[in-house]
Design a binder for this molecule. Structure first.
Ligand code: HEC
Ligand code: HEC
Length: 494
């Protein structure tokens, strides 16, 4: 008889009250996001290790019990319990260790053509993809924090031919200009001067803005300057777009604040595979030599292990290669060169920039095992009973007259299934997703509630709220451990 996960409700109550007092900075990188590893969090007891002689029915029981253990939420937010990313990673790693031991003796045990293979395949793929983020070196530092089969350092070699900053953005003069708000405008002027020599299709675009979502990787600022470099020639004859996101000081910040991070996503349209877009992402820190003052962008995954800066799995949030940019504030430069809020009537290139993402089509994340993160939120052709909608939309004030509109809007998969499945982590309720964001809401919730997704919808504010609640409950309802994601993890039903 194997031990089933057991949660002691008194222990949970203690954890809830302890955690309620913890204030978490909204940050992507650094220690701020490591929010759930406090010893106070009750970890469900690990299960029995799998045995090589198990019958399929025993494997299925173990799988189902592991799913409840791995997806046990422990982080309280507004009366709800959310998942902790790091715990899902650690628990998945424990499950995968058991599987790996058996697979060493019997490598084809889960061959995809067998019933057992079909029943176990999605679960094994998920825990395998998660377990990489738990791997540590001798100094207890993560080696695969980007969530790939190859180490972060090997990923650097793989990605750098595409994600290397272009010479202008690496030049000492440009980086000097970008190091203080007084000269941001000079940096942009350097880009504009270079642009004047380029054909229209190759001109760089610059958009300074304040993120509505998330602090920079160096956990300092919500300010950003996007530099979009389109149609660079690739060695294979295809083209590359580089999306370079500098962290910058916002106008209200102390101008002396040292800001380090700059992130790059490169999308490569290969010459030989039209309609495909290969994606590469790296974070860099602009490190200043104390003696010479020279600034050198250094990839975070190559920093020494005692560095406070960490990159995380880009695919946890980036489901399309590039996340559309909907800033809290878009900035412009005043004649004095100071960064100011963009006047409402001044033109913005963000609309045409976001349009590019659609044109890329389905992204290919290369060494990232994207298929191991589950199906998209909002499947097509799924029956959605009135009773389900009524329960899920409780508190939003909508009535049955809205159900038909909500049902239709729930079919996110009609676009996202192949293009960019909205899957784990984005589609799950996690402390990481919620606490990384200033609004304390996930990207998906924000996109839906602000009316950005599905595109061109005419839902009322209450209907949008109901849509989010219905989709979230349908995808992964943590209290009842049901939903599209869990059904996928359990494989085809027999
Ligand atoms: C916790 C979620 C999250 C993670 C993890 C994440 N990003 Fe992002 N990223 C965002 C959001 C949200 C935006 C959109 C801009 C904004 O509103 O701040 C964005 C935007 C960007 C952009 C500007 C282009 C675009 O997509 O809009 C780059 C470049 C970027 N991220 C790089 C990375 C890299 C490289 C990684 C992994 C090493 C990564 N990001 C991981 C949330 C995340
Ligand atoms: C008509 C097609 C279509 C439908 C339906 C649709 N989307 Fe999108 N979605 C897009 C496109 C195209 C983008 C890329 C950028 C853009 O155009 O804003 C996108 C981008 C997104 C993103 C940001 C991508 C990322 O990497 O995080 C999220 C989140 C998202 N959609 C969620 C949803 C949800 C949730 C639904 C269902 C309620 C939905 N979408 C329905 C077309 C669609």
């Amino acid at each position: 008889m194997m031990a089933l996960p057991h949660v002691n409700s008194a222990a949970v109550a203690v954890v809830v009250s302890l955690l309620a007092a913890v204030v978490i900075p909204a940050a992507r990188g650094g220690s701020g996001t490591d929010n759930c590893t406090a010893a106070a969090v009750a970890a469900p007891a690990p299960l029995a290790l799998p045995q090589i002689h198990w019958l399929p029915v025993e494997w299925r029981q173990w799988r189902d019990a592991e799913i409840s253990r791995i997806l046990q939420p422990t982080f309280p937010l507004n009366g709800e319990m959310l998942l902790c990313k790091d715990q899902v990673v650690e628990r998945s790693a424990a499950a995968y260790a058991g599987i790996e031991a058996v697979l060493r003796a019997k490598p084809d045990l889960f061959a995809p053509t067998t019933d057992l293979g079909r029943a176990m395949g999605p679960f094994v793929a998920f825990v395998k993809a998660q377990h990489w983020m738990a791997l540590r070196d001798a100094e207890d530092q993560p080696t695969h924090a980007l969530g790939m089969e190859i180490s972060d350092r090997d990923y650097y070699d793989y990605a750098i031919p595409f994600a290397e900053l272009p010479p202008l953005l690496k030049s000492p003069e440009f980086l000097q200009h970008m190091s203080t708000p007084a000269t941001y405008k000079d940096a942009v002027d350097q880009i504009e001067a270079a642009n004047a020599r380029l054909p229209l299709a190759n001109r760089w675009k610059v958009v300074p803005f304040r993120s509505q979502f998330i602090l920079s990787v160096d956990t300092i600022t919500y300010g950003r300057m996007l530099v979009l470099i389109p149609n660079l020639p690739a060695p294979d004859g295809g083209t590359i777009d580089q999306w370079v996101l500098f962290a910058i000081a916002t106008p209200e910040m102390d101008p002396a604040t040292e800001i380090l991070s700059v992130s790059v996503i490169a999308t490569h349209r290969p010459a030989k595979a039209p309609g495909k877009v290969a994606t590469y992402g790296l974070d860099f820190m602009r490190l200043k030599d104390a003696a010479t003052g020279k600034i050198t962008p250094t990839a975070v995954v190559r920093l020494p292990s005692d560095s406070p800066h960490k990159s995380e799995n880009c695919y946890d949030c980036h489901k399309a290669a590039v996340i559309p940019i909907h800033p809290k504030v878009e900035y412009a430069f005043a004649p004095s060169g100071a960064l100011i809020e963009k006047p409402a009537n001044a033109p913005s290139s963000l609309g045409s920039i976001n349009e590019l993402i659609k044109a890329y089509g389905p992204p290919d994340f290369g060494r990232q095992l994207a298929a191991a993160y589950g199906p998209s939120m909002g499947p097509q052709h799924r029956p959605r009973l009135d009773a389900f909608l009524a329960a899920a939309a409780a508190g939003t004030g909508i009535g049955s007259a809205s159900y038909a509109r909500i049902r239709k809007a729930m079919e996110c998969s009609s676009c996202h299934k192949d293009f960019a499945p909205i899957n784990y982590m984005q589609a799950a309720r996690t402390a990481q997703e919620v606490d990384s964001f200033e609004s304390r809401q996930s990207i998906v919730q924000t996109m839906i509630e602000r009316g950005l997704m599905p595109p061109d919808n005419r839902l009322s504010r209450q209907e949008r709220k109901a849509l989010w609640q219905c989709l979230s409950k349908e995808y992964l309802d943590l209290p009842s451990q049901t939903g599209v994601f869990i059904e996928w993890l359990k494989g085809p039903q027999d």
